[in-house]
Design a protein around this ligand. Structure first.
Ligand code: 1GP
Length: 254
């Protein structure tokens, strides 16, 4: 199994850098729009682009990924809501198991459907423990997966899930408040997970400014993800500030 993208990421994190990833939802942009957005994200200092969504209404997934890949020199990772969101144009795929839930479809079902296609398309899968955290609203992931998020006041439950994922061999933990979250993942929860697990921690959902991103980094996040910012009025400016904060960050983490 290829581990090129993961090895590069791990090397970078081991050298003390933190990363800023941006999610592009194919439902939000046309092919023409996303080319400019991908270039703009790169010029802001974003490290990696994610492509995917909980529920897609558009048919242009493969073309969309190809356009993003062609428009920038950034790594493009799939962030699939299900086994239909695959493309050979991507550099790798977050092979997400929704470990905070107990729905077999999101734990193993979609993975089985996707596995032969991933093999045939030659995509690098990065086993990722996806953990949904309560965020003050019902997220698309919560609704679509019919699973309950981990209560924000129960960081020890998050720690137990993250540890279990690490023991099962997963390479990344993604603490997800959900796109458009009212409340982002609590710093206390990130810090407790950071203290207990060695694998890199991704934090996303409801991060809309550099101060919030810094709080997550200080708590121990390795990778910050934003999505919705792209559609906000001052979003690009905010992305630039977040990228500068992530690049300039020197403390915290493991
Ligand atoms: C979604 O965590 C990401 O998976 C991004 O969330 O759209 O709230 O930035 P936002």
């Amino acid at each position: 199994m290829k581990t090129i993208v993961f090895d590069q990421l791990q090397g970078r994190l081991k050298r003390g850098s933190r990363c800023y990833w941006v999610l592009l939802d194919p439902d939000d942009f046309t092919i023409e729009q996303v080319k400019g957005i991908a270039r703009e994200s790169e010029s802001c200092g974003v490290d990696t682009l994610l492509v995917g969504g909980s529920l897609l209404h558009t048919m242009h997934f493969d073309e969309f990924v190809a356009a993003v890949k062609k428009a920038t020199s950034l790594p493009v990772l799939l962030f699939p809501g299900d086994s239909t969101q695959l493309s050979s144009h991507a550099d790798a795929l977050l092979y997400l198991s929704l470990v905070s839930g107990r729905n077999p479809t999101n734990l193993i079902g979609e993975h089985v459907k996707a596995a032969p296609l991933i093999r045939d398309l030659g995509i690098e899968p990065i086993p990722t423990a996806y953990m949904l955290i309560e965020s003050g609203t019902v997220s698309s992931v919560e609704f679509m997966s019919t699973t309950r998020p981990i209560p924000r006041s129960k960081p020890t439950i998050a720690v137990a899930h993250a540890l279990a994922a690490q023991y099962m061999g997963m390479r990344l933990v993604y603490l997800e408040a959900g796109s458009g979250a009212l409340q982002s993942v609590p710093a206390e929860m990130i810090a407790m997970v950071r203290a207990q697990v060695e694998i890199p921690i991704i934090v996303g959902g409801g991060i809309r400014d550099a101060a919030t991103a810094k709080e997550k980094l200080e708590a121990g996040a390795d990778i910050i993800v934003t999505g919705n910012l792209l559609r906000r009025k001052n979003g690009v400016e905010m992305m630039r500030e977040i990228a500068a904060t992530v690049q300039g960050f020197t403390g915290g983490g493991k």
